[in-house]
Design a protein around this ligand. Sequence first.
Ligand code: SF4
Ligand code: SF4
Ligand code: SF4
Length: 189
Amino acid sequence: MISSNESLFILGLSIVLLLLGAFLSFIAKNSKQGNESTASKIEKILPGVQCAQCGFPGCSAYAEAVASGAALCNKCIPGGPDTVKEIAALLGIAPPSEEDEDLVFLPRLVAVIDENKCTGCSKCLKHCPVDAIEGKIKTVHHINSEECIGCADCSKICPEQCISMQRLKPTSANFNWDIKAVTVKGDKQ
Ligand code: SF4
Ligand code: SF4
Ligand code: SF4
């Protein structure tokens, strides 16, 4: 037989345990939200077009670069000024000035082969993740700038060092609206 004092004790203990559980669950939820990385928050602000016009191979890579301080927050052309301001507010910085030459929007980088130096070894063609390079063995290779996502992988492996990364002149014609549909097949080394 349980006395009334024991019943009260059990009831009190149950209430305390319930409150403790609710408190721990609240702490866990808040700590999870607080742990979201800056890069992840920046990526949520970006439009997700994956067009590489920022000079990085996709929104995720660009968000990482901005979060680490390696890139300015004004390079996403599809996002435009609103995205710049939103990222700047998140980082607690003033939005970059449009008058500063170094801070204006830049068109995307693409790889260009120096035809006078290319020996046609085909290393770059095998390495390109989006099949943007054309050419037969022992003939000069070419890069399709509409397909190139500017990852610079080919320029790093060319034995003749004849691939350079160059910025496209911004025009509505060279904005590759379909590039997000390109299938990246991974490393074909
Ligand atoms: S420019 Fe394109 S790839 Fe770069 S962050 Fe903006 S939408 Fe993403
Ligand atoms: S790796 Fe260099 S030399 Fe070889 S095909 Fe490509 S551009 Fe030409
Ligand atoms: S390897 Fe990268 S930079 Fe080179 S052509 Fe392919 S996508 Fe462009």
